[in-house]
Design a protein around this ligand. Structure first.
Ligand code: GRF
Length: 184
């Protein structure tokens, strides 16, 4: 079984879903103080808080190198970004090629970026969804592993739609991680 690290920056609802469904997680890494840390700690999981800066002093290569070092030190084989917000330098994707996963709340390659749900609503599409994919240096790119669609209903707001997407996204992502953790 592969040893899994989950990377978090926000509410941790995806992490919570993994834990409630019995996924074995070796480490959680956070790039900032966030609710996900408390969720991990409550489950007795090691949390590594690697805070970053948000100004010109931020050295992306150095941060990426340090994070990759932490993954190696914890003997991690599979990395799952779950609401993670820091963009990595390419070096980590060479070290962990096809071993870093991401999930995104749109049908990639449509609506990349931080406002995917809002952008889908504004574009007036009737169907959107979520995508689990291998992460690559380019943001929200990389080979797609699985997708699921979600219908946009009249009267949807960004939060009602995101909630419906997440109800599909979390089990989809968990299924992919489980499969990969078994080496398939
Ligand atoms: C998910 O919709 C994911 O696609 C996006 O962040 C959301 C998960 O955040 N990248 P969280 O697990 O609730 O923190």
């Amino acid at each position: 079984m592969k040893k899994i690290a989950v990377l978090v920056s926000s509410t941790g609802s995806t992490l919570q879903h993994f834990l409630e469904n019995g996924l074995s997680i070796r480490a959680v890494i956070a790039d900032r103080e966030c609710d996900a840390i408390g969720i991990a700690q409550a489950a007795g999981i090691d949390v590594v808080l690697m805070t970053r800066t948000f100004d010109a002093s931020f050295d992306r290569d150095d941060y990426t190198r340090q994070l990759a070092g932490t993954l190696c030190a914890q003997d991690i084989d599979l990395v799952a970004m779950a609401g993670w917000k820091t963009v990595f330098s390419p070096l980590i994707f060479r070290m962990y090629e096809k071993r870093i996963l991401n999930t995104h709340p749109s049908l990639l390659p449509k609506f990349k970026g931080a406002h995917a749900v809002r952008d889908a609503l504004r574009a007036g599409v009737r169907i959107t969804g979520c995508t689990v994919h291998y992460a690559e240096p380019e943001l929200d790119a990389g080979p797609i592993i699985e997708q699921a669609f979600v219908r946009i209903e009249d009267g949807d707001t960004e939060s009602t739609l995101h909630e419906r997407i997440q109800s599909v996204e979390k089990p989809l992502y968990l299924g992919v991680i489980r499969r990969m953790a078994r080496g398939r």
